[in-house]
Design a protein around this ligand. Sequence first.
Ligand SMILES: C[S@@+](CC[C@H](N)C(=O)[O-])C[C@H]1O[C@@H](n2cnc3c(N)ncnc32)[C@H](O)[C@@H]1O
Length: 439
Amino acid sequence: MPQGPADASSSPSSSSSSSSSAAASVAPLLRPEGWALLEALPPYTGPDAAMALGERLRAEGAPAQVVAAALTQSRLRARAEAKFGPFAAGMLFTAEGLEQATRLQVAAHHARRFRDAGCTRVADLGCGIGGDAMALASLGLGVLAVDRDEATAAVATVNLRHWQDARVLNADVLDVLGRLGEDRDDGDDVGRIDGAWLDPARRTASGRRVLDPHHASPPWSAVLDVARRVPATGVKLAPGVARDIAAGSGLSAEVQWVSVDGDVVEATCWFGPLARPGTAASALVLRSPERGGSITLVDDEGLQTPPAVGSPAELGTYLYDPDGAVVRSGLVGQVAALVDGSLLDPTIAYVTSERLVATPLARAFAVEEVWPFGLKALRTRLRDRGVGAVEVLKRGSAVDVEQLRRSLRLEGTRQATLVLTRIAGRQHVLLCRPASPVA
Ligand SMILES: C[S@@+](CC[C@H](N)C(=O)[O-])C[C@H]1O[C@@H](n2cnc3c(N)ncnc32)[C@H](O)[C@@H]1O
């Protein structure tokens, strides 16, 4: 039986319309009859089955509002499996909270940093539905999860119900900031923390994306304030954040870009004891369990500027397309070192080499041919070679890929990879095929 929102609320303060609709869709499930109905639902199989099920439940006398909330939740749980796997079936979500939640695989890495730094009780300041807070709690850390949105805090309370030492506070972070880590007991645990995690909301009330951390909620100024009060602070940021975001703050920090199955999902800024000494930038490249479940970490220790080829004639047999986390963290030089390779151009993140090395840090391709870029000549060449379908990669090229596809009017049966890029400063196109083995 979940605890109700009263367990989580102390000062509800959000009044946006998405928040009130979330509250309406969650509230019926916080009562025993709503929870029982949700738990009795069959697995979600699609909108048609859900509609038929809803009609049946209402005909059997279940209140329409409760049925609607349970069916919404059932759909959200099904969607949440991508982030939370089988745990989703026992959790509650708001649509917005699910979209913003950290997937469990990544949250586990966040939590491990706190545990490895010796933290015992971590404040999750803007906890959402509790993705990160659950990972912290499951490593045995005490958790104080704070969210200013009442429905979201109630959902987090339900999701953290399995852990005795996890507490949810419905409050504005900006109102509790001054007491963080003060080691005094005001009855709400705010003073009793030795680590802080923030995942600032990057959407405005109207749904617009906020890319600049200075305008996220809580804003970057508040993040720095937290990090000054609680040295073991970590914050999740958008992948596009500047590498020197913490420069000038007077705080030591490591910024780590994280990718899952090739998609860069976040940049995390780790302060104080959570940052590795001497490491300013790192990349954590994760593969989901379905893709082998690997974890590869690379950082800027010993990073050298890689050499670059002087002309297309110096191109090696293989081309490496580094993972986005490696590119964003500025660590392409580590891939070049790993494969004994060179850059195609000093400003482009493609690496060429004679060696084929299996690494999760980059996709490898065998280069078949290289030509100066020109649409007509390319169309003729691909037709001559029977290429009918292409995967197009590009860096340092202004070509519109969809327009290129249309203009090529491909007809053959062969599949190929086209790489549009600069080599030694000039636009070229490489005809490639994926090379194995690639980890
Ligand atoms: C990106 S979500 C957090 C997601 C969370 N890490 C997870 O994995 O589920 C950000 C949350 O911060 C909350 N928030 C934003 N500004 C806040 C503030 N000033 N005080 C408290 N909560 C805040 C929002 O309500 C939202 O739920």
